[in-house]
Design a binder for this molecule. Sequence first.
Ligand SMILES: Nc1ncnc2c1ncn2[C@@H]1O[C@H](COP(=O)(O)OP(=O)(O)OP(=O)(O)O)[C@@H](O)[C@H]1O
Length: 487
Amino acid sequence: MSKTILGYLETMDVVDLDSNGDSSISGYPRLLAIYKHSILKLGRNGKECDLIVEDPAISSIHCVFWAILFDEESSPMCYVKDCSLNGTYLNGLTLKKNAAYLLQDGDIVELCHGGGKFKFINELQRLNDKLLQQLGFENNVEQWQITPKVIGNGTFGHVLIAYQESKDENKNNKWSPENYAVKIIKLKPNKLDKEAKILLKLNHPNIIKVHHTYCDLRDNLYIFQDLIPGGDLFSYLAKGDCLTSVSETESLLIVYQILNALKYLHDRGIVHRDLKLDNILLCSPEPCTRIVLADFGIARDLSTANARMHTVVGTPEYCAPEVGFRASRKAYQSFSRAATLEQKGYDSKCDLWSLGVITHIMLTGISPFYGDGTERSIIQNAKVGKLNFNAEQWDVVADTAKDFVRKLLEVNVTRRLDSNKSLNHPWISKHSNQLKKIYSKKILNEVTPERSESDGLAKKSEWKRKLPKCTILDQIVPSQKKQRTNF
Ligand SMILES: Nc1ncnc2c1ncn2[C@@H]1O[C@H](COP(=O)(O)OP(=O)(O)OP(=O)(O)O)[C@@H](O)[C@H]1O
């Protein structure tokens, strides 16, 4: 499968190996390609790095680069992240450790002072300077600047790159170098947006952090939030038109983070209702990264409303049977996106069903109820809830992991695990000490990074050793094309 190149690093001050043992960069081409959704590592470590820099001032893995492309209509986003002891510089500014910075064509990246300089080249950055004007969006909103760089487009909104005004007193730069995302949604006149209202109340490392909201005179709502630079879980698992599995270890770490976020939400009476691979964002496209739940567009706050919900919303492939999708769309066509069909309604356990679907896909590359891919067959299969653990993809997966999936994809809601019980399921609880340790030392460190040589990507070897043996399935299972539909 050919890999898509989304940018290049051009080596600027090349220093050849010399007999005095002076700084040297060896064994590299003049141009280093940055491929879509894969990581390019620079540093001293001969085994891990794509470019080896033999200089004692350079860290084992000094900095990493990657590129994300949401879809053909979005701009390619290339990022650099510093993981070093001595620092990495972007156009002369020191990067914060473990924070990703968006690169622009012509940017200069320096691996500590004198450790090698690279120019970032991205000829694909075709920006439509008139985009904001065409969409009727503002360029500047209070202390924020909005750019025409599109991160992603959803059914309800556009997500663009934004900058915040610099807090630096000297104001060498008007805008601070950190990147943010802004989701812009067209509101119905005089309607308060529930997504922004819910998100502003939340503060959890695995839930998207909102900094500011603003509504303009045209009823466009701007939700300024953290930029999560590693792309979504769907793109991470997708290889061409197929979804691939990830190891049990990697799945476990993702599931653990989602469960922590769900417990936090459900304890506060909030139900996400649209949990799917597309709405789980990664801080970097690699194992052992922080994941963040996004898209609270149809989330519901039950603390201020009824204890049960009755509207048919979500995405059929991930949707619990009790939510009430009907195999025949005619049943609720006249209701538009919201329909009140089921008398009994449903509760927060619908999120656990979706997590069951996500876990099934991560462990096997197979969507459990996909059938022939039509909405009708997906809905019918989910109602029956029959799982096939005889598929060969399950051969390498632990029985406790299968049991976890079985207990989440339980059609009978009363028997399905809730978020508390899921965290106590043996698949999770058996590894809970290691999970907690990795979570606090590695995952949370991405939120509040500290500079120390032992941190960063080098930690990967530690977590791999202590969690269950990796079972990487390299088999690619035919699956569905990306679907971004919801109701
Ligand atoms: N804070 C963020 N950081 C990085 N990427 C983001 C962020 N928010 C959204 N995205 C990207 O933009 C895409 C669309 O965003 P989002 O899902 O919030 O929009 P939506 O209109 O509600 O989508 P949907 O059609 O799934 O309902 C996401 O799939 C994700 O890839």
